[in-house]
Design a protein around this ligand. Structure first.
Ligand SMILES: Nc1ncnc2c1ncn2[C@@H]1O[C@H](COP(=O)(O)OP(=O)(O)O)[C@@H](O)[C@H]1O
Ligand SMILES: [Mg+2]
Length: 242
């Protein structure tokens, strides 16, 4: 198998506080990894570190076998169109329409004409079943609908990897299902993903593999099957937590 992303011995501290002390894993093409760990174990920091939004102290990050951890801001800018990160609590811009929210990265990063942008925005809204919302304002939408528009925005530049930071947190079951459906649709297009979540049923439905952070290291790395069968009490505590 070909890995699309590889992390080698990543070390990260904030002042005296050690967050990661040697994280290594790889993400295969088309695979979705579920990244678990108790609150404060550094899941969000890890996602941000992958795309240079956090400075790392040691280690290497490879995208298609090319190192990306010491690129310039300008080079990282290009990488971030390929590896899309939807922030935890990612919000839409309140003062502009759904159309403008999604068009924004296109105007920023591409040379598409206004007509081409509109075509692309409609197309991407369709994949999240939100095409009727194109002229609405974010405040007209439910929380779950806003999440779906946010996912559409993270997809609009055709990334190869989606980093999802707790996309279903705070959603009711119906909206969780809808977000899951969207993630599954992206996955079926061949996209790779890393999903940070506390929502084990959702992880189970979309992830091929589970990683669990523990005290700055990878405490578990295995298939969903291995995860279910594990007799490690630490791993079981996550299974029981569902
Ligand atoms: N910019 C920062 N400066 C200092 N400490 C930070 C910063 N960002 C995160 N941290 C700390 O790093 C740890 C991991 O944070 P985070 O990745 O957000 O955890 P998680 O997403 O797993 O809940 C936390 O203790 C947090 O307080
Ligand atoms: Mg977090």
């Amino acid at each position: 198998m070909m890995n699309i992303l590889e992390v080698k011995n990543l070390v990260k501290s904030f002042d005296e506080k050690i967050i990661h002390q040697g994280i290594s894993f790889s993400l295969e093409v088309g695979e979705t990894i579920g990244l678990l760990g108790h609150s404060g174990t550094g899941k969000s920091v890890l996602l941000r570190s992958l795309i240079g939004l956090e400075h790392i102290d040691e280690g290497e990050v490879y995208f298609h076998q090319k190192r990306i951890d010491h690129l310039t801001e300008q080079q990282l800018y290009a990488i971030r169109t390929k590896i899309s990160y939807s922030f935890q609590n990612a919000a839409l811009f309140d003062s502009i329409s759904v159309f403008e929210n999604i068009a924004y990265p296109l105007f920023e990063h591409t040379k598409l004409t206004e007509e081409q942008v509109e075509v692309r925005v409609r197309e991407i809204l369709k994949t999240v079943n939100m095409e009727d919302a194109i002229d609405l304002m974010p405040s007209d939408l439910s929380g779950g609908m806003q999440k779906r528009v946010g996912l559409a925005r993270s997809m609009v530049l055709n990334p190869e990897i989606l980093l999802y930071d707790e996309p279903t947190a705070g959603l009711d079951p119906v909206n969780v299902e809808m977000v899951l459906e969207v993630m599954n649709r992206f996955k079926s297009k061949g996209l790779s993903g890393i999903l940070v979540t506390h929502d084990i049923p959702t992880a189970r439905k979309i992830c091929d593999r589970i990683l669990i952070l523990k005290e700055g290291r990878i405490g578990f790395n295995g298939s969903i099957e291995d995860f279910d069968k594990s007799d490690d009490p630490f791993v079981q505590s996550f299974l029981l937590g569902q």
